[in-house]
Design a protein around this ligand. Structure first.
Ligand SMILES: [Zn+2]
Length: 135
């Protein structure tokens, strides 16, 4: 991503996290990392290939929704987990629908990432937050 403020990176990672969790993937951690250019990642415990493809596609979809261009690395990872370009398109559609229907969850995860110790949340932290048990 060209634009690398903490808020933009947290929103991008939150999109990955929300889509992955909604599709039943097991999240190890989501984090954002300070620097001149902030960056971040979500680490998953393996998972079904098509769900992983949708989760990677979420980064592309989110950046496009924000007019941020798109993440070439996420696009490449999405393609790697699918077999055809049509499947990539389907992943993007699924990710977009989930993001559209998860605005509240996306906001909660974004805020939690920005407020977390070391800017790091475990999968269990995020599940608690999404259940409304803390923030
Ligand atoms: Zn990404």
């Amino acid at each position: 991503m060209a634009n690398v403020s903490p808020l933009l990176v947290a929103r991008h990672e939150a999109a990955h996290a929300v889509v992955g969790l909604k599709l039943g993937l097991k999240l190890v951690e989501a984090r954002i990392t300070p620097g001149e250019a902030w960056h971040g990642h979500c680490l998953w415990l393996g998972g079904e290939r098509f769900a992983l493809a949708c989760m990677f596609g979420a980064g592309v979809v989110w950046d496009r929704l924000c007019h941020e261009g798109f993440s070439a690395a996420d696009a490449e990872l999405c393609r790697k987990h699918t077999t055809t370009n049509a499947a990539v398109g389907t992943c993007y559609k699924i990710a977009k629908e989930i993001i559209r229907n998860s605005r509240a969850a996306h906001g909660l995860v974004t805020r939690a990432l920005l407020n977390a110790d070391d800017y790091r949340l475990t999968g269990n932290d995020l599940k608690r937050i999404l259940r409304g048990e803390d923030d």
